[in-house]
Design a protein around this ligand. Structure first.
Ligand code: PEP
Ligand code: MG
Length: 659
């Protein structure tokens, strides 16, 4: 008995929906299969379902055979067509997607070695630390490599099942803790799903039956399933391969009677040194005791970075093989803002870092009074200090810091963290939630700013020699009105709920603004015809290309505001790649060429009477804010961690001019 339907599960059957589908299927005695494009898999295995890569709006067939086949079909088809009905609202974050990925990913510095200043890696979580090194280099796990005797097999299978149960129970215990953050819970829940899945256990059991010892069987089974995930043409599913390896490792450790929880013994204030560390290990480690984290693997958006940032732990990642130099270190100093790591610092460096750590703590305590301050110049003019964020999870941190709205909402993460392009409804909900959270302050949403260097599922990017000079930002959006209009419609809908403003990235030509306006008008007309509530928004542009600076007077007549993106503006003005450490010296916002571009922009904006703001990294620099204010900038948007310091800087300006 079978029935076909169109899948309405948002983003398709990825990790959690697959698990829910399996839970439903397991409630029936019948054999149940899901069929897509002629390929049938058991509906009782979430790994197999995930590997079928069923996407939203695809047609699938549910096939059931058995006494309760009719009921099974009804329930499963019902779920595919209306996934929200009758289900509890469990956390739906998959392991690779903690919901905190956006947590103010700082600009990354690729790894290079610096002989005199120590090592350099990716500055992944801001702050400085110095402390005893805590090296964590667990040995690779290897099987016994011997074939079992026939009479040993049954016992080995029992041992294997006991190990799987122990791992599941441990994960369940971790999930039961109410101290677990939502992001950490999402990571562990997705790993538990894999541990509970028949694919991994079935594959391993088959190998044990064939005479392999349990550890070898688990290693091979995990590698086979991980390879399947890696082979799917989908970035999201590719990342699940790491999760399968992590679960396999946990099962092996139980089989070997070993434990990875050696992180439990990390001393107060120590710096964790590791080549790589699994999200599972880190999420349940005593993070409060961590002084800092230094890793060979990882980048600014890796699990480790996300967890470190969300717990306020300074981190330098991506050191590559340089990490081996730290294996025997006794003490480590690290700077999570610059990516610098110093092994066994001398007395002078130690004093420098200890001083910086103390000063940072003192400064943090002293700055909290600025949270509720509205910074004004001596003439009474309010200067807005807003937050740069990339996800709803960061709203709280921004509000806690005292953000006067959002000056840059990077929408890329919304697109990157999902398997498919986000729907209009989903985007409208996200933007509306932001608008409501900060109203009456403005929320400036930047339209999708993505290019071939950061591919996302659902958009085919051409291979480009120079992706930073290629099909990105507004260029791509205007060529893909299907994607762009969905975002613009969502923004028009969200504008009903607060003070939404919209800005366009990478603008180089006035025609780009005009063509966008035509699309906005089309979207508004469509929404009106459909009777969907919507409201107009202010349209502004980012000033981050030299062309935009040079046409700023003309642009200023066509838009409601400018926001200067100093990160890109600096790289394009100086022709110095922002990610290339060899030209880092040139990539300097204080270079007179860049400062004069900023001044030209400010002049053009002020002359036209529009707001000129800044949302690049320079906006949060206390040493530059006064200069920018004098140029005429009235809005600064930065990572929440910099907000109180910026407010203090502006208040000090008012004090100075009054004195
Ligand atoms: C900038 O370029 O300054 C900016 C704010 O945008 P992004 O860093 O996201 O490119
Ligand atoms: Mg930019």
């Amino acid at each position: 008995m079978e029935r076909s339907t169109i899948v309405r599960v948002h983003e398709g059957l990825h990790a959690r929906p697959a698990t829910r589908f399996v839970k439903l299927a397991k409630g029936f005695e019948s054999d149940v299969e899901l069929v897509k494009d002629g390929k049938a898999v058991s509906a009782k295995s979430s790994v197999k379902l995930m590997l079928l890569a069923v996407k939203e709006n695809q047609e699938v067939t549910v096939r059931a055979n058995g006494a309760d086949a009719i009921e099974a079909l009804e329930a499963l088809i019902g779920y595919l067509e209306n996934p929200k009905a009758g289900l509890d609202d469990e956390d739906s974050q998959p392991a690779g997607n903690t919901g905190q990925e956006a947590a103010a990913a700082p600009d990354s510095v690729p790894a290079v070695s610096g002989a005199t200043t120590g090592l350099r890696g990716v500055a992944a979580s801001e702050g400085v630390a110095i402390g005893p090194a805590f090296a964590h280099f667990p040995p690779d796990i290897a099987g016994q490599g011997r074939m079992l005797q026939a009479q040993e097999i049954a016992g080995e299978i029992d041992r294997f099942h006991a190990a799987v149960s122990a791992v599941q129970a441990r994960m369940d215990r971790a999930l039961a803790q109410d101290t677990l953050s939502a992001g950490d819970r999402g990571i562990i829940a997705a790993l538990r799903d894999i541990a509970a899945d028949d694919s991994l256990t079935g594959e391993a059991e088959g190998l044990i039956k064939g005479g392999n010892d349990a550890v070898s069987a688990v290693i091979t089974a995990a590698s086979t399933i991980a390879a399947d995930f890696s082979a799917v043409d989908d970035h999201y599913l590719n990342a699940r391969a790491d999760d399968v390896h992590a679960v396999g490792r946990q099962i092996c450790l139980v089989l070997l009677g070993q434990d990875d929880v050696s992180l439990e013994t990390i001393p107060e204030g120590a710096v964790l040194i590791a080549d790589d560390i699994g999200a599972w290990d880190l999420a349940r480690a005593p993070l409060k005791r961590f002084g800092g984290v230094v890793c060979g693997h990882g980048g600014a958006t890796s699990h480790i970075a996300i967890i470190a940032r969300s717990h306020g732990i300074p981190a330098v990642l991506g050191l590559g093989d340089q990490i081996n130099a730290l294996r025997t270190a006794r003490e480590v100093a690290l700077d999570g803002n610059s990516g610098r790591v110093i092994i066994d610092p001398d007395a002078a460096t130690r004093a420098e870092f200890a001083g910086r750590v103390e000063a940072a703590a003192k400064e943090r305590a002293g700055l909290t009074v600025f949270k509720t301050v509205t910074p004004k110049l001596a003439n009474g003019k309010v200067i807005e200090v807003a937050a740069n964020i990339g996800s709803l999870e960061e709203i709280e941190a921004a509000q806690e810091a005292g953000a006067m709205g959002v000056g840059l909402f990077r929408t890329e993460l919304l697109f990157m963290r999902h398997m498919h392009l986000p729907s209009e409804d989903m985007q409208a909900e996200t933007y509306a939630a932001l608008a409501k959270a900060f109203a009456p302050y403005p929320v400036i949403v930047r339209t999708l700013d993505i290019g071939g260097d950061k591919p996302i599922a659902g958009i085919e990017f051409p291979d480009e020699e120079n992706p930073f000079l290629g099909w990105r930002g507004i260029r791509m959006c205007l060529d893909r009105p299907d994607i762009f209009k969905r975002q613009l419609r969502a923004l028009l809908r969200a504008a009903v709920h607060g003070n939404i403003k919209v800005m366009l990235p990478m603008v180089a030509d006035i025609g780009e603004v005009r063509r966008t306006r035509v699309l906005v008008a089309e979207c508004a007309a469509e929404l009106k015809a459909d009777g969907v509530p919507h409201a107009a928004f202010d349209l502004g542009v980012m000033i981050e290309t030299p062309a935009a600076v040079l046409i700023a007077p003309a642009l200023a007549k066509e838009v409601a505001f400018f926001s200067i993106g100093t990160n890109d503006l600096t790289q394009y003005i100086m022709a110095a790649d922002r990610l290339n450490p060899t030209v880092a010296k040139l990539n300097d916002v204080t270079n007179p060429a860049v400062m004069s571009a900023i001044e030209m922009t400010a002049k053009a904006g002020v002359a036209a009477g529009i707001m000129v703001g800044m949302c690049g990294e320079a906006a949060g620099r206390p040493d530059l804010i006064a200069t920018f204010v004098k140029m005429g900038l009235t809005e600064f948007s930065m990572s929440p961690a910099s907000i109180q310091r910026a407010k203090k800087t502006i208040m000090a300006m008012a004090g100075e001019s009054a004195a």
